[in-house]
Design a protein around this ligand. Structure first.
Ligand SMILES: Cc1cc2nc3c(=O)[nH]c(=O)nc-3n(C[C@H](O)[C@H](O)[C@H](O)COP(=O)(O)OP(=O)(O)OC[C@H]3O[C@@H](n4cnc5c(N)ncnc54)[C@H](O)[C@@H]3O)c2cc1C
Length: 379
């Protein structure tokens, strides 16, 4: 067992940290206010190799592991989890291609991601099916050699900007998970339309939009998972990407703690800095406990993935603990800053709004507990 950080990891962390300080923090509040994603920041992150880090070298990527991917995510999230979510969302779209794509699909689509600063989206959710992935109704029908997709996907990160989408659909909704397949759908496909952009509580810099599929023809070359294989692929994708949500939660919590400690040293009540009041100090200590524990959890989950240890339970524990901890930590940071914490003069109210969605996307905190409990009950 070795808890040390290698020189390579240090280099990666330093690069991402510097990028966050120079490019994300200065624009975060404005992008939040305007609900605007800073595409120039995405392009700069791509140039630096901070986007799509896990694309294998043979497809033009850096071939880094999930642990390295999450080390980057933690640093970006320190600046703004909205901007970070949109920068790292390509991972969600490229993971099913990495897991299930054939060589031609990997060459084409992973190659696209590494040759140009473009975005891709992952689409399982629908108005009537979020947690209940097997309840999706977006339909695919085989017509000759091709497939025709009809339906609506919603809450799709980066849908407005994506060059292609990994879309999950079913041959027959009544078949539930047995009917689901997955398809790579190009942005310029006839019948594909990006709909309403969501006006969100937090992570407002991240684009989230509806996707309409109206008789969209997908060539057989773009079938990623055949009927009956899509559900398993979606679940395995989440297993691989959930630790990264915990990494984002760690970055957000570290920011909350840094802001709270700085304030607690300056602000005086009853003649002493508030950090000297035990009840305030306890909140700070609790934040540090949650950060350390979440960081270790995402690192273990990432290490598992990189070393071929299949352990969805740790991925879900990391995601659930990290998301719930981030929410509590952000609320406490607002509390430490008192009235100032409740205003937009300080960044902690944004952290509180941003943290909430960590408990919702990529499986809610309740769904993580169901995944964990199922494994416990199945022995
Ligand atoms: C900002 C944002 C970005 C997103 N990005 C994407 C994306 O890129 N791609 C994508 O496909 N989706 C995306 N989503 C969708 C997200 O994954 C879903 O919102 C999430 O899975 C929850 O589904 P739902 O909203 O339908 O809630 P529901 O499933 O309706 O759940 C509502 C509540 O009921 C609880 N609940 C549901 N079932 C159970 C159960 N069996 N036991 C106990 N409690 C239960 C849930 O935990 C939740 O509290 C995004 C969502 C948001 C908000």
């Amino acid at each position: 067992m070795d808890f040390s950080v290698s020189d390579e990891h240090k280099g990666l962390i330093d690069t991402a940290r510097r990028f966050t300080k120079e490019r994300i923090i200065p624009v975060a509040a404005e992008c939040d206010r305007e609900s605007r994603f800073p595409m120039d920041v995405f392009k700069a992150a791509w140039e630096l190799g901070l986007v799509n880090p896990s694309v294998p070298e043979e497809y033009g990527g850096a071939g880094l592991g999930e642990l390295e991917n999450s080390l980057i995510t933690e640093q970006l999230a320190y600046g703004c989890t909205g901007i970070q979510t949109s920068i790292t969302a390509n991972q969600l779209a490229l993971t099913p291609i990495r897991l299930a794509g054939n060589d031609a699909q990997k060459k084409k689509y992973l190659g696209l991601l590494t040759s140009e600063p473009i975005m891709a989206s992952y689409a399982t959710s629908e108005p009537g099916a979020g947690s209940d992935v097997a309840g999706m109704t977006t339909k695919f029908k085989k017509v000759g050699d091709d497939f025709v997709l009809n339906g609506q996907k919603c809450w799709i990160t980066n849908a407005t900007y994506a060059r292609f989408y990994v879309v999950f659909a079913t041959s027959d909704a009544a078949q539930r998970h047995k009917g689901i397949g997955a398809f790579i759908v190009d942005r310029d496909s006839e019948g594909l339309k990006v709909g309403k952009k969501e006006d969100k509580l937090g992570q407002r810099a991240s684009d989230t939009a509806v996707l309409h599929l109206d008789d969209v023809v997908v060539k057989k070359e773009n079938v990623l998972a055949a009927e009956g294989q899509g559900f398993k692929l979606a679940m395995e994708t989440f297993n691989q990407t959930r630790p990264d949500i915990a990494a984002g939660a760690t970055g957000l919590m570290q920011r909350a703690l840094d802001e709270a400690v700085a304030y607690a040293k300056e602000r005086k009540t009853f003649g002493v800095p508030i950090g000297q009041h035990q009840l305030v100090a306890a909140m700070l200590a609790e934040m540090a406990i949650k950060i350390e524990a979440t960081r270790l959890l995402y690192m273990k989950a990432g290490w598992n993935l990189d070393n071929g240890v299949r352990d969805p339970m740790t991925s879900s524990i990391a995601k659930a603990f990290g998301a719930d901890s981030a929410m509590q930590t952000a609320v406490d940071a607002v509390q430490v800053l008192g009235g100032n914490g409740y205003t937009k003069e300080y960044p902690v109210e944004k952290l509180m709004r941003d943290a909430k969605v960590l408990q919702i996307y990529e499986g809610t905190s309740q769904i993580q507990r169901i995944v964990i409990a199922k494994q416990l009950m199945s022995g």
